[in-house]
Design a protein around this ligand. Structure first.
Ligand SMILES: *Cc1c(COP(=O)(O)O)cnc(C)c1O
Length: 377
């Protein structure tokens, strides 16, 4: 699944040390698949998935909008060519002075999930449009987003009424079904919640316009995933079911689904060893681990596809670990990872589907290791 361009780059450039290589052709294909699958939804790329300038520039040229979580991300999106009206400040937790800076840059679309945040926006970005995020249960997501963001739908009604009272434009409702959502039906109940919020506000004379359907679109790791088309059909059917003929404006915010399969990490085996003569499980240590960009292996949640040149040989389950002096820096132990018995110190491995949530997660100098280098080709 890693593209020939990436493999070629690694073979000919022989970059030293672990590195991520991202193929822009795949990002372009993903953008076009989303556009086709949900032709009436505006795409707001979730910048945090991979903010490489080349990716932002490509997406800006293709007409993407950007979901940003900080002023720095807003500035990156604008530097890549997006105007402020193509940017959403989608984090529900913002400093008031950052809201003011975003407002000064021209951003006029903000996420909220509390009365307190509405007050900040009313003071720092008067007249702005706000959407309120509602909680979802995260059921079925391989990287669920817990209860950190969003409020219950009834509170969303109150928050949006309050925003209206404070002179803001109550624009809509948002949700995120959880990242790496492998069930295309997962949007249905959240869209039902959104519709109920729309109805309750309409009863008070406030007419919402927009539903932000978030991210959650998966990347293929070890298991097959449904296509964007399948997600588009399921989501459209749910929109129809809940909103009938009065479809709202919709937004999607793909992060992982836009860039995950566009990248692969080249890494190297540093050590293969055992803990005792009796135990036969081997430990394979790579030059990249949780702190070098593979943070989503936390609780072994995301299980990457790892390819070696010896994959035709006999395989046996190994514990896979990173290079730092931190005992948490173990990737797969509860469910050991099958690796070739012949795997040797110095062998190169390719960790596939790592275009999203890797470079942004890598630490700056843990044990003096440099942050994950990335090449965008
Ligand atoms: C991270 C994030 C996304 C992207 O989620 P994916 O599961 O990577 O698609 C979308 N919207 C918001 C608000 C986010 O914080």
């Amino acid at each position: 699944m890693t593209t020939a361009r990436i493999l070629d780059f690694i073979r000919t450039r022989r970059p030293d040390g672990p590195c991520l290589v991202v193929d822009l052709d795949v990002v372009r294909d993903n953008f076009q698949s989303f556009s086709k699958a949900l032709p009436d939804s505006a795409i707001f790329y979730a910048v945090k998935a991979n903010p490489a300038p080349e990716i932002l520039r490509l997406l800006a040229n293709l007409g993407s909008n950007f979901d940003c979580a900080s002023v720095a991300e807003i500035e990156m999106a604008m530097k890549a060519g997006a105007t402020a009206h193509r940017v959403s400040y989608g984090n529900t937790i913002k400093k008031e002075r950052d809201i003011a800076r975003a407002h000064a840059l021209g951003v006029s679309l903000f996420a909220v999930d509390s009365h307190e945040e509405v007050e900040k926006i009313a003071r720092a970005a008067p007249g702005a449009r706000v959407f309120c995020r509602v909680l979802t249960d995260g059921e079925g997501a391989e990287w669920p987003l817990s209860r950190k963001f969003g409020c219950v739908p009834q509170m969303a009604v109150d928050v949006l009424v309050y925003a209206h009272q404070l002179g803001l434009t109550s624009h809509g409702v948002s949700f995120h079904v959880g990242s790496q959502m492998t069930n295309p039906e997962a949007w249905d109940s959240a869209l039902g919640d959104a519709k109920r919020v729309f109805d309750k506000l309409a009863q008070q004379g406030i007419h919402l316009k927009m539903v932000n359907m978030g991210g959650g679109f998966p990347t293929r790791y070890l298991k097959d995933i449904p296509t964007a088309q399948v997600y588009g059909q399921a989501i459209y059917a749910s929109l129809r079911k809940h909103f009938g003929n009065q479809l709202p404006e919709t937004i999607i915010e793909p992060g992982r689904g836009m860039v995950g399969n566009a990248g692969a990490i080249k890494a190297e085996v540093v050590l293969v060893s055992r803990k005792s003569d009796e135990e036969d499980v081997r430990w394979v240590f790579l030059d990249i681990g949780k702190f070098g960009g593979l943070a989503e292996t936390m609780d072994e949640a995301i299980r990457y596809s790892i390819v070696t040149a010896r994959d035709g040989d006999a395989m046996e389950p190994c514990v896979l670990a990173g290079p730092t002096c931190d005992s948490a820096d173990v990737l797969y132990e509860k469910t050991p990872y099958p690796m070739p018995v012949s795997l040797t110190i110095g062998d190169e491995v390719l960790i596939e589907g790592t275009g999203a949530y890797t470079s942004t997660y890598s630490s700056v100098a843990f044990n003096g290791l440099e942050p994950l280098r990335s090449y965008v080709i």
